[in-house]
Design a protein around this ligand. Structure first.
Ligand code: GDP
Ligand code: MN
Ligand code: MN
Ligand code: MN
Length: 255
């Protein structure tokens, strides 16, 4: 398996065609996987915003005040408002905002980014990253690139461990996971629970190559890697019924 950044991509602006920009800068073969940082997908889709776009609701003001009391840091209530508007459920309101976005991904601040956003205050996540991945994949097909998978990634924190890593927000041309259940281990014992989140693992690997700062390499090509013939599944985001941690958060008293 090899990972190679797509070099010399420009600063991405609203309306840019990422499939074109990528196809011009690399040679893709059937079976390759292209990862694209959500940052540039959002920029291409015009998902920039400014704090002044968000008239503050009572709820946003309450959250900002509460965060201000719990931490020395002042929280802009307009930012809290932006997070609320991008979310369908608020899981933690202070000392930081943890929410479910409209497409089912749970992250701090609804994934709203304040880095790598020239000229604006905020960069919202793509509205439907799965659709974004499909569009980029279709754009590549139009350019004669067949059988390539596309994954839209973000750098994201996780519970229980320090540090952030790449995760998949949307994907096309590949299943999210491969199901090892029923496969034998080296002792011949059948695996009972292992469903490997392939798109997250590829996203993490690619994110290592993409970097986080000013490197300018939001797209990475994964070559010589195959999904194999295990059964695939597209379930990535747990539903509440299926998620004990979320249920525990719901029972936890916020005040
Ligand atoms: P995120 O993980 O999706 O939030 O994206 P990051 O902000 O961590 O950026 C990932 C990579 O993309 C880094 O190498 C950035 O320097 C690069 N990057 C961000 N925006 C642009 C852009 O508009 N053009 C180019 N060429 N690189 C960018
Ligand atoms: Mn960023
Ligand atoms: Mn991000
Ligand atoms: Mn990142």
């Amino acid at each position: 398996m090899e990972l190679e950044p797509v070099r010399d991509l420009p600063e991405i602006r609203a309306g840019d065609d990422l499939a074109d920009l990528i196809a011009d800068r690399t040679t893709l073969e059937p079976g390759d996987v292209v990862t694209v940082a959500s940052t540039v997908v959002s920029k291409a889709e015009g998902r920039t915003a400014d704090l002044d776009d968000y008239p503050v609701s009572g709820r946003a003001r309450e959250i900002a005040d509460k965060i201000g009391e719990l931490t020395a840091e002042e929280k802009d209530p307009r930012f809290a408002q932006a997070v609320l508007e991008e979310s369908t459920e608020l899981l933690i309101d202070a000392p930081f905002l943890l929410t479910e976005t409209r497409f089912g991904h749970i992250s701090v601040n609804a994934g709203i980014d304040r880095s790598n956003v020239p000229g604006h205050d905020l960069l919202l996540l793509p509205k439907r990253p799965g659709k974004s991945a499909e569009r980029i994949r279709a754009g590549l097909e139009e350019r004669g690139v067949d059988d390539v998978a596309v994954i839209v990634t973000d750098t994201c924190g996780r519970p229980f461990r320090h540090g952030q890593r790449g995760v998949a927000l949307g994907w096309a041309g590949i299943s999210a996971s491969r199901d090892w259940r029923g496969e034998p281990d080296r002792d011949g014992r059948e695996l009972g629970v292992t469903v490997q989140s392939v798109v997250d693992e590829l996203s993490s690997a690619a994110n290592l190559v993409a970097g986080e700062g000013a490197g300018g390499t939001p797209a990475v090509v994964v070559r010589d890697w195959a999904f194999g013939d295990l059964e695939g599944s597209d379930e990535l985001f747990r539903s509440v019924e299926d998620d004990l941690v979320r249920q525990a958060l719901r029972e936890w008293e916020f005040d």
